[in-house]
Design a protein around this ligand. Structure first.
Ligand code: NAP
Length: 315
């Protein structure tokens, strides 16, 4: 503790790094606090092809985020690696209390992102990393020539399932309804992919195995019928990847006076102001209709610009 920053940004995903870039360029004393690797969810995204102007062949989440990190650093944005446990957000000096230190600032930009929602089946925790995964980019190669099941029906599930077909022998999407939520263009590519199969109106009830998943019970939600899926004897295992949405990383802000919706997302106005003066939110942790790199980056830019305005008007 000691230094009073102009802006502290919590999270080094696209929203936080964009806020860092804008904060740094505005000559604000800016600190980004990140507990893990930079990039948030795009650190585990294999290909990025919808960030405007980005035409780099083979662009991945990590390669894009690396350039964002360098750009924020170039403009003097400070960095620290710490896990924030509690926060005091109300008043002229905001405090973020971490496991290593306490950090103080005139403004805070919360860009803490979101994490994968668990599938919710029996055995999920036991088989984490032993058949259960939430990251195709990280774990696809473990399933080279094996069978893989993907739970979900949104953009993420279908895109990641298509990615997994590059590795797995067969990929089956298990979706709780009889039609996908994914964008039409993504669906069209999926239905043309010979390695991709679908189990409609279905949810995973339980995964089982001896150290690694080799059996799974799937329930048809319309008929109640249970299907037992068993690994091919030559394989002895299969993978189950969950892509059923995200949960915002906002738990630590409970009881700080910060407004959140019933799912934990932070409401803001168009200028990223939360209900607490001097506290802004950017990216996937915010209530919004489209959670993408481009919208997170835009949020970060607006939040940092508004933080500067707030400081000029209030200090
Ligand atoms: P999403 O769009 O919210 O879809 C979640 C999917 O999981 C839905 O199909 C939902 O089923 C299903 N689901 C939710 N809870 C479930 C449960 N308890 N059990 C079984 N299934 C469940 O989430 P997402 O696919 O992660 O995408 C999140 C955001 O990122 C979206 O805005 C998306 O557009 C964006 N995204 C974009 C791209 C891209 O543009 N390339 C790629 C990835 C993600 P129902 O359909 O029945 O509700």
């Amino acid at each position: 503790m000691g230094k009073l920053y102009d802006v502290i940004i919590l999270g080094a995903g696209p929203g936080g790094l964009s806020a860092g870039l804008y904060g740094g360029r505005a000559r604000l004393n800016t600190l980004i606090i990140e507990k893990g690797k930079d990039g948030g969810q795009i650190a585990i995204t294999d290909s990025i092809e919808n960030y405007p102007g980005q035409q780099v062949e083979g662009e991945s989440g990590p390669s894009l985020i690396e350039r964002m990190t360098e750009q924020a650093a170039k403009f003097g944005c400070e960095r620290v690696s710490d896990t924030i446990k509690t926060a005091e957000l109300v008043g002229p000096v905001k405090k973020l209390i971490g496991t290593k230190d306490t950090y103080e600032a005139k403004t805070v930009i919360i860009a803490s992102g979101a994490y994968p929602r668990p599938i919710g089946c029996k055995g999920e925790q036991e088989f984490l990393g032993k058949g259960i995964s939430y990251c195709a980019t990280c774990d696809a190669n473990f399933f080279e020539d094996f069978e893989v099941y993907v739970v979900g029906g949104g953009d993420a599930a279908v895109e990641e399932a298509m990615y997994l077909t590059k590795f797995a022998r067969k990929v089956t999407i298990i979706h709780r309804r009889d039609q996908l939520r994914a964008a039409q263009s993504i669906q069209e590519r999926a239905f043309k992919n010979d390695k991709l199969h679908f189990m409609w109106d279905s949810v995973v009830e339980e995964v089982k195995g001896d150290g690694i998943i080799s059996e799974m019970t799937v329930k048809n939600v319309k008929t109640g019928e249970l299907t037992e899926i068993t690994a091919d004897p030559d394989d002895g295992m299969f993978g189950v990847f969950g892509f059923i949405g995200r949960i915002p990383n906002t738990e630590l802000f409970k009881n700080t006076g910060l407004n959140m919706d019933d799912k934990g997302y932070i409401p803001t106005n168009d200028d990223m102001h939360t209900n607490i003066p001097g506290v802004f939110a950017a990216g996937d942790c915010r209530v919004k209709s489209l959670r993408q790199v481009v919208t997170a980056a835009a949020d970060g830019a607006i939040a940092a610009t508004q933080a500067e305005k707030y400081i000029n008007e209030n200090t």
